[in-house]
Design a protein around this ligand. Sequence first.
Ligand SMILES: Nc1ncnc2c1ncn2[C@@H]1O[C@H](COP(=O)(O)OP(=O)(O)OP(=O)(O)O)[C@@H](O)[C@H]1O
Length: 228
Amino acid sequence: MRALHVENLTFTWPGSEKATLRIPNLSLAQGERNFLFGPSGCGKSTLLSAITGVVDVSPGAILVANNDVGALNGGARDRFRVDHIGIIFQVFNLIPWLSALENVLLPCTFSKCRLARAGEDPAKTARKLLDELGLSDTSLLCKPASELSVGQQQRVAAARALIGKPDLILADEPTSALDEAAKAAFVGLLARECAEAGSALLFVSHDRSLEHHFDRSVDFVALNGGAA
Ligand SMILES: Nc1ncnc2c1ncn2[C@@H]1O[C@H](COP(=O)(O)OP(=O)(O)OP(=O)(O)O)[C@@H](O)[C@H]1O
């Protein structure tokens, strides 16, 4: 099974004259870690929105864990996303009033698949993930997410993406707010945790200093029919 298969994908934002996405082929094997790089505005986030089904694509263009994202309707698409995909956004999209631990456990609340794969005691799994990602101070775990530093929130977002071992983890420039040392350390930890969970990782960035952490690098502009 491939974690991700994209074939003949085209997507044009409403009102735009030019297609933002024109991708002939992109595949990620199960557990593969892929670094997708390209300049600002080239369409990287749009591709992630297409993979998660946030924007509509034609049936057959995107398969995640062998499921055709474009063939799913709204509710089924939302369930599919939480069952199979962990997402780490540029801004981490944590629920500010929930604690760090509650934020990490959210996918298990919405998805029976993720709950079933989160171990016998999901809260213990959440604490273990946070500890491995460098958030080991237990006094922080019950604090509302809004009271955590950017680096701490980033670790919570990564643990939330990883819990319940989704087939695919999408990371959209999650290191842009960090200094060089913190950035490299975080990406190293994320890559290791994905390997442990068996989750494929598609990490999107313009910062090529990070690419040595990955199995493969892809130039988004070359991939996307040479469109800039
Ligand atoms: N919601 C939207 N509606 C219309 N056009 C959009 C929308 N979101 C993005 N675009 C356009 O699509 C193009 C690609 O944007 P996108 O955010 O995918 O690029 P990116 O490579 O992720 O950029 P960055 O690295 O700055 O985040 C841009 O020209 C942008 O203006």
